[in-house]
Design a protein around this ligand. Structure first.
Ligand SMILES: *[C@@H]1O[C@H](CO)[C@@H](O)[C@H](O)[C@H]1NC(C)=O
Ligand SMILES: *[C@@H]1O[C@H](CO)[C@@H](O)[C@H](O)[C@H]1NC(C)=O
Ligand SMILES: *[C@@H]1O[C@H](CO)[C@@H](O)[C@H](O)[C@H]1NC(C)=O
Ligand SMILES: CC(=O)N[C@H]1CO[C@H](CO)[C@@H](O)[C@@H]1O
Length: 436
């Protein structure tokens, strides 16, 4: 049984439906009109704690004594310096913030709760804050651990008897993505141009590509993991130690140009079809905040290699959903699926990634791969919903899509738990702009 969070109430007014309960306290990078240089913030209810201001409080190094020796990590423009402090410090910081903000704890009353001057400087309305990319990402790797997605796509291309390659259940398949095009939620995504085959290819004639705007633009619903503690070149990370290397989690949309992908992906995998944009949510949920929601991954009936054998409860019970908003103002939820629908966990992906000695660095981003469930309403991409672009997908008020149109906005949301124990991600959103 997963341990349950003790219900925590705050002296701050927190809406019980908020993703950002005291049990959460995710970290991000913010700026405000008063403080325009990006720096660290923590989301709580409809507020953001300005951590740079918090660190200016004359009592800061007494209350957060365990940070003192590490210098100033909260006025930095990314979370990398804080992430690099390692998981025990992240845990202590979150727990001390809970004590400071908790209604049931009077130890630090005079620090913030009873000090209007510092409250007005530190506790700012979330609406007044601009959110930035939370980490400087050195490398981005995208896996393919969503078993049902891999199966559905395999059925489309190879039929149900041959849907998954034999190696799929032996190793977490992945590709090296492009960190430079990872953007924060809210950034516009321009429809990419590239080489595509005009549809349909003519039987018996050589395939002749054209260069044109992508016609089959898709989203991919994914879960992302950010690395805290690096490993040296040549040193692997065991599946058992991998948890200690994890900073936290984000929602991720791996935008995909399906027509570019079909033409380019054999023999070395996706390239331009994936490197024009990947969106992530702005708030990083610390690994410790998701501990109560551990659950079992999908059963892998294959006897896996020793280095991949890990804990039973290694994925998370998180409700994910995708909303599609069309430019006429209509919107509908087109997918609801649980994040536990993975064959491989992040510790297994990390162990596999580093088995040959590949170094992971602080701020590296790993994607889970598209998460779909077994049911019709649980598909994590339009490719699956439209059965490879062959059927219409209803997106509300009579509108249909097979792939994304210019002006469409895709919003991914995710949360675990309920009430004062709710731990949510907020939004990972992006709107499609016309090709250049
Ligand atoms: C109150 O905060 C202090 C300091 O962090 C902590 O030691 C104590 O356990 C907390 N008390 C309760 C009731 O949570
Ligand atoms: C996986 O297995 C298939 C079928 O045996 C093989 O063709 C392929 O090269 C293997 N590797 C990958 C990465 O798919
Ligand atoms: C939604 O769709 C309907 C029917 O297509 C349309 O009449 C309406 O203007 C759209 N926009 C909003 C905001 O409802
Ligand atoms: C993700 C997952 O649960 N994978 C399992 C696959 O099966 C092996 C046993 O052969 C387990 O150790 C893995 O955890």
């Amino acid at each position: 049984m997963a341990q349950q969070n003790e219900p925590l109430t705050s002296w701050l007014d927190i809406d019980p439906a908020s993703d950002f309960s005291l049990a959460n306290l995710p970290f991000g990078v913010i700026s405000t009109s008063a403080s325009p240089n990006p720096h660290v913030g923590v989301a709580v209810g409809s507020y953001v704690l300005d951590m740079k201001e918090l660190a200016c409080h004359p009592e800061f190094y007494r209350v957060f004594d365990f940070i003192a020796e590490h210098g100033d990590v909260f006025s930095k423009p990314t979370l990398n310096a804080f992430a690099a402090l390692g998981r025990p410090i992240h845990k202590q910081t979150r727990s001390r913030l809970q004590d400071v903000l908790s209604a049931g704890n009077s130890t630090y009353e005079s620090f913030l709760r009873k000090d209007d001057y510092w409250i007005s400087r530190i506790v700012v309305p979330a609406k007044s804050v601009k959110l930035h990319l939370p980490v400087e990402i050195g490398d981005y790797t995208d896996f393919y651990a969503g078993y049902h997605h891999a199966f559905h796509v395999g059925c489309m291309f190879r039929g149900p008897d041959n849907a998954l390659q034999p190696n799929y259940t032996h190793l977490p398949v992945g590709y090296h993505g492009r960190a430079s095009s990872v953007v924060v939620s809210g950034t516009t995504v321009r429809r990419p141009r590239g080489q595509i085959l005009p549809q349909p290819p003519v039987e018996g004639q050589p395939k002749q590509p054209i260069t044109a705007p992508c016609r089959r633009l898709d989203f991919e619903l994914e879960f992302g993991c950010i690395i805290a503690t690096p490993n040296a070149l040549g040193d692997g990370v065991s599946v058992g130690d991998a948890e200690d290397h994890i900073f936290g989690y984000v929602l991720l949309n791996d935008w995909s140009a399906r027509d570019i992908q079909t033409w380019e992906y054999i023999p070395l995998g996706p390239f331009n079809s994936k490197n024009f944009a990947t969106s992530i949510s702005p708030w990083v949920i610390l690994a410790d905040a998701l501990e109560p929601f551990r659950t079992e991954a999908l059963e892998n009936k294959t006897e896996v290699q020793e280095y991949l054998k890990g804990e039973d409860k290694a994925v998370f019970d998180i409700n994910l959903e995708v909303e599609l908003k069309t430019s006429d103002g209509n919107s509908s939820t087109i997918t609801r699926v649980n994040a536990k629908n993975l064959l491989w966990s992040f510790p297994q992906m990390i162990a596999h990634h580093t088995i040959g000695g590949c170094p992971m660095r602080t701020g590296d981003l790993l994607g889970s791969g598209t998460i779909s469930g077994p049911g019709e309403s649980e598909r994590g991409s339009l490719l699956e919903m439209s059965n490879g672009g062959k059927k219409d997908v209803a997106v509300g008020s009579g509108a249909v899509r097979r792939f994304l149109e210019d002006g469409d906005t895709v919003v991914i949301r995710g949360f675990a738990g309920t009430g004062s124990g709710r731990v949510g991600f907020g939004e990972c959103a992006g709107t499609i702009a016309a090709a250049k």
